[in-house]
Design a protein around this ligand. Sequence first.
Ligand code: ADP
Length: 206
Amino acid sequence: MAEAAYKSVLLFGAPGTGKGTQGAILGAVPGFFHMSSGDMFRALDKESELGREFLKYSTKGLLVPDEFTVRLWSAHTKGLVESSSFEPASNCLVLDGIPRTAKQCGLMEGRIEVLKVLHLTIADRDELIGRLKKRALSSGRPDDADESVIRRRLKVYDDETTPVLEHYSADRIAEIDAAQQPAEVVRDILEVVAPIHAEQFENPLG
Ligand code: ADP
């Protein structure tokens, strides 16, 4: 029997727009489960074959190949369902960083039901670069420390990730101004997702 597709919202936006921050906040709300593909990769043992494969790409500012990424995501998600950490019947999956290419959209078709795409935007590139460099000081992420790697990631985003938006009809995309104060961004996201959650899921505390 085919497995049911996970009801999901996608957090979408260039590096530095605050997807991770907003995803963690949303994931703290009962009924939402935050999953970041970047965190999934960074949790790999750096000495393992998979971990080395990830670093080979990420340290250059490149995306990990699509099949490998989706295979790892599938196994990771399955593990979370089996351990009852993620309960798809009562939790809306908040996908942060995946699908990230048109190919990944295809590979994940049937596995996720995209209820809404939250498109976080900051028009000013210099502001994005400044945010990422600032994050490097606290995160210790090698891919945030080097400006040429940051610029490469922004270019990869423009070239490979922006086309993902074309997969979804305009009424499924919510534009969120991510240059606002974090609390204002939280408010705008909740305005979009709270009614969707109420419509699609039971009250997790009810
Ligand atoms: P950011 O959005 O700041 O680039 P992420 O934590 O989402 O940070 O991703 C860090 C790196 O992990 C990416 O540059 C890429 O190498 C890899 N990665 C994360 N998600 C994906 C994905 N869906 N497909 C391919 N590579 C990915």
